[in-house]
Design a protein around this ligand. Sequence first.
Ligand SMILES: NC(=O)c1ccc[n+]([C@@H]2O[C@H](COP(=O)([O-])OP(=O)(O)OC[C@H]3O[C@@H](n4cnc5c(N)ncnc54)[C@H](OP(=O)(O)O)[C@@H]3O)[C@@H](O)[C@H]2O)c1
Length: 308
Amino acid sequence: MIKVQFAARPERWTGYQAPLTAAFEKAGLDVDLRQDHAPADVDYVVYAPNSDLQDFTPYTGCKAVLSLWAGVEKITGNQTLTMPLCRMVDPGLTAGMVEWVAGHVLRYHLDIDRSIATQDRWEPVVPPLAQERPVTVLGLGALGAACAQGLAKFGFPVTGWSRSSKEISGIICQHGPDGLTQALSQAEILVLLLPDTPATENILNAETLAQLPKGARIINPGRGPLIDDAALLAALDTGHIAHATLDVFRVEPLPATDPYWAHPKVTVTPHIAAETRAVTAAQMIAENIQRGEAGAPFLNQVDRELGY
Ligand SMILES: NC(=O)c1ccc[n+]([C@@H]2O[C@H](COP(=O)([O-])OP(=O)(O)OC[C@H]3O[C@@H](n4cnc5c(N)ncnc54)[C@H](OP(=O)(O)O)[C@@H]3O)[C@@H](O)[C@H]2O)c1
């Protein structure tokens, strides 16, 4: 019998127990799923990085730690986590991110706020078509690529940027430092879907913000440290950046005194862009355990050197 430890905040157990049990059964896996296995007996840990489990030293037989989160920056530096670590790629989470990003891009594109603000006046302003509005997505991974393709379906000319070179149908793909300048120079709307790593910290800073066209809008559902906050606030104040929608922050919940809260050109959302969905995530976890048991390579294994 495969022993799987569920290590997340206690309130998550009720949401995940049944979907995980069903997914293991469907995958033909004989699993004993619990929150309280003796650590040395555990074969796999299903893990949320904010769980109480931070010392993996006693998990001597553990074959993999399977994260429930897509972002793993909180645990990549954990020196006790020496076994393979897999991040979450979940079709439900991806679908949620595509919807959230599309919603916020369309809010900017159609200037929906203006229509709401002037709903007591008959002042028609015809928005351009999507095909006239270049959008750039930084990060072309599970989420960035899906969002880029979703936006391209509306007709937006979409440029994407990643570390390694890519070919994605319907997307102009850029990579590396020169590619970043290209990707930013066109971006009337910029979406950040990079992971938080040493190489991506403050990737949006005074210099790169200046490479965006005047009046650009920024949407950040990636991670807070991607943005140099002081530089963004300065660019909003000069009007170089017209508006920003921020879902993630260096400190969460965003402290009450943070200038983003009161800034007229900032929309704050409480880290709700996309949530892992238990039923689809459970299927991904079952698939990775199946692979582990068959000696096949895990899906979505984190590269510790790169940090994602
Ligand atoms: N707000 C929310 O609710 C929420 C929910 C889920 C996830 N997230 C965030 O979204 C992030 C992205 O998730 P994902 O599943 O799409 O990650 P992923 O599949 O690992 O993709 C990461 C992408 O970023 C690129 N990248 C990484 N480092 C780079 C660098 N130094 N320069 C250029 N490109 C770089 C990668 O390039 P390569 O393709 O070349 O490797 C890849 O395209 C997560 O890390 C998490 O922080 C937020």
